[in-house]
Design a protein around this ligand. Structure first.
Ligand SMILES: [Zn+2]
Length: 213
């Protein structure tokens, strides 16, 4: 099964995709995670990526397409999170999958309110050392700035800071909203409202893809 998960940054795509991947065995392909791993490894791609991400900008289509393409042919199925982000990427994905005779099975769009999104995103934090995620509003570390699990430093990623968040919203509106229109014109987008609790959103998502649990 091949699923594309669409939605603005902060809609909870990553969290939901990880759960879905655990419950179905599908391979979770997150361009954000892949890029952050490259940044952490200090690779050539990572250095280029960091420059774009810190500003809340998207990487060039060709770079992202090359990175994702090598992972598409996974027999366990793939769950695309954060890709495609532009119409060029969507068209390229269609071409690759058609060539491999593995069309997309479901496109799911997770929508949320913009005010809530900005609030959600700018409260996200993460441990620099063990990558444990925190929420500074609802799930803050017990000692400010210190990871409960490993004592490492808890930081707000540069791409989650308010200025970058607002810019990501703008970028999303300009580049990614047309991707939704692109898929809608084919008439096969399942819409879910991602404002509820992670559990209820997961239930909706499971129903949308027909896994039934
Ligand atoms: Zn930690």
């Amino acid at each position: 099964m091949r699923i594309v998960l669409l939605g603005p940054p902060g809609a909870g795509k990553g969290t939901q995709a990880r759960r879905l991947s655990e419950s179905t065995g599908m391979n979770h392909l997150s361009t954000g995670d892949m890029l952050r791993a490259e940044v952490a490894a200090g690779s050539e791609l990572g250095l280029v990526a960091k420059g774009y991400m810190d500003k809340g900008e998207l990487l060039p289509d060709s770079t992202i397409i090359a990175m994702i393409q090598q992972h598409l042919a996974n027999p366990a199925g793939v769950l695309l999170d954060g890709f495609p982000r532009t119409v060029v990427q969507a068209e390229s994905l269609d071409e690759s999958l058609e060539t491999a005779n593995q069309p997309i099975d479901k496109i799911v769009h997770m929508s949320v309110d913009v005010d809530e999104l900005v609030k959600r995103l700018s409260s996200r934090a993460i441990c620099k050392d063990c990558q444990t995620p925190y929420n500074l509003v609802s799930d803050a570390p017990s000692k400010e700035g210190v990871c409960d699990k490993c004592g490492g430093e808890v930081i707000v990623r540069d791409d989650d800071k308010p200025e970058a968040v607002l810019n990501r919203m703008k970028v999303y509106e300009e580049l990614t909203a047309p991707v939704l229109d692109y898929y809608k014109s084919r008439g096969d987008v399942a819409e879910i409202i991602a404002t509820g609790s992670p559990d209820s959103v997961f239930e909706e998502l499971s129903q949308a893809i027909g896994s039934g649990k």
